[in-house]
Design a protein around this ligand. Structure first.
Ligand SMILES: Nc1ncnc2c1ncn2[C@@H]1O[C@H](COP(=O)(O)OP(=O)(O)OP(=O)(O)O)[C@@H](O)[C@H]1O
Ligand SMILES: [Mg+2]
Length: 374
């Protein structure tokens, strides 16, 4: 176990492209950190710099107090698991797991013991004699995991290790990986662009975009306190609803007017974390689908002030997901549709029907035109 510290790390590839820009992070010893962001945002590059597979253009990498920039990969004490498990097809499961120990010329008795312990941890004991082609995708992934843990490394690095598995197995392997990580205690960095993986597995989520750090925090913090428009839009499924418009100051009150519709909200002070000074100003108001609700279901619990958050529109589409329905509502042809998450099975929802719905004012976020939280 070790803390991992990145200080102002930049990666400039040979063609001059900056894939990671001035990234600073501190990953506490034994924790599970997920790097989350869209394709091309620099996740793999960051992971490869930690592993020593990619040089660091500027900045410093520390494991504990030790500067690691120039340490060769084999001296970093890292176990890695990739998307394409990279198993040796001609070797048995036993030999695949044993491979890192053979490289280190581990004595036979302890090698045997450690391979068996690793296989047991991932529930592969019965398959130690099989070749990779005799295994399912999930079993192969487990071999890769066992091979990563067999040396008891102080750091685990995972690069989208579940993306080749089917949906059910992916969900099962999430909890397998976190269980094994807790057991081994290695400081872990896990790369994914799948937000549900990030939300379910992470102690800390690091959101990246265009090589730049957007926000770090617990899954709960990232979801409930997005620091900017990008984080609000990237985290949450279905995606958060955006109202594009402007904030106006009138008669001592602040109000939000959506462009292209008649939607108007009065803005209570608690809607702001960084209240701006000048009005009118263009802004985006964001509300998650679970914070829009139909009358009178949610409206019943709202204060008179909150009732100003009434909207009306036409149902365009209803998606049935079993435990809930997602309702797409058009409030105006000029404004983007809004998605409402409806868990009330009694609510009648017909495409083409006109409805009224409410926003919950305690759960709206405002963003400036540059994307910063207001
Ligand atoms: N060797 C290279 N030379 C130049 N640019 C590169 C090189 N490797 C990667 N890049 C660029 O750096 C950026 C970050 O790449 P990286 O592989 O880190 O993205 P990622 O976040 O892992 O994406 P994905 O989710 O698609 O795996 C991309 O725009 C990519 O095109
Ligand atoms: Mg990648």
């Amino acid at each position: 176990m070790t803390t991992i510290t990145l200080e102002n790390i930049t990666k400039r590839y040979d063609n001059g492209f900056e894939a990671v820009k001035n990234l600073s992070l501190r990953l506490e010893s034994g924790t599970f950190t997920v790097l989350l962001g869209p394709s091309g945002c620099g996740k793999t590059t960051t992971l490869r710099m930690i592993a020593g597979l990619e040089t660091i253009s500027s900045g410093d990498l520390f494991f504990g107090e030790e500067r690691m920039n120039d340490a060769p990969p084999k001296d970093r004490d890292i176990g890695m698991v990739f998307q394409n498990y990279a198993l040796y097809p001609h070797l048995t499961v036993f030999e695949n797991i044993a491979f890192p120990l053979r490289l280190r010329r581990e004595a036979k008795a302890s090698l045997e013991e450690r391979v068996r312990a690793a296989a047991e941890a991932v529930e592969l004991t019965a398959l130690l004699g099989n070749k990779p082609k005799q295994l399912s995708g999930g079993q192969r992934q487990r071999v890769a995991l066992a091979r990563a843990i067999v040396r008891k490394p102080r750091v685990f690095l995972f690069d989208e290790p579940l993306s080749n598995l089917d949906a059910q197995l992916r969900v099962q392997m999430r909890s397998e990986i976190t269980r094994i990580q807790r057991m081994v205690g290695a400081t872990s960095v896990y790369v994914t662009h799948d937000q549900s993986e990030a939300m379910t597995m992470a102690d800390t989520i690091v959101v990246l975009n265009n090589g730049e750090l957007q926000q770090t925090g617990t899954p709960h913090h990232i979801y409930t306190n997005p620091q900017n428009r990008f984080v609000a839009s990237f985290v949450g499924s279905p995606a958060i609803n955006f109202f594009e418009g402007e904030i106006r100051g009138e008669a001592g009150r602040l109000s939000f007017y959506e462009f292209g519709s008649s939607t108007t909200f009065s803005l209570p002070a608690q809607a702001f974390v960084n209240p701006p000074a000048n009005f009118p100003r263009k802004a985006t108001l964001a509300i998650r689908p679970e914070h829009l609700g139909f009358t009178p279901f949610l409206g019943a619990s709202l204060s008179p002030e909150a009732l100003q958050y009434t909207l009306s529109g036409t149902i365009q589409r209803v998606e049935f997901l079993g435990h809930e329905r997602l309702v797409y509502v058009e409030t105006s042809p000029q404004a983007p549709h809004k998605i409402i998450r409806c868990t009330n099975i009694a609510q009648i929802l017909e495409v083409g029907g006109d409805i009224q719905f409410f926003a919950s004012p305690d759960h709206c976020y405002l963003f400036d035109s540059n994307g910063a939280r207001l």
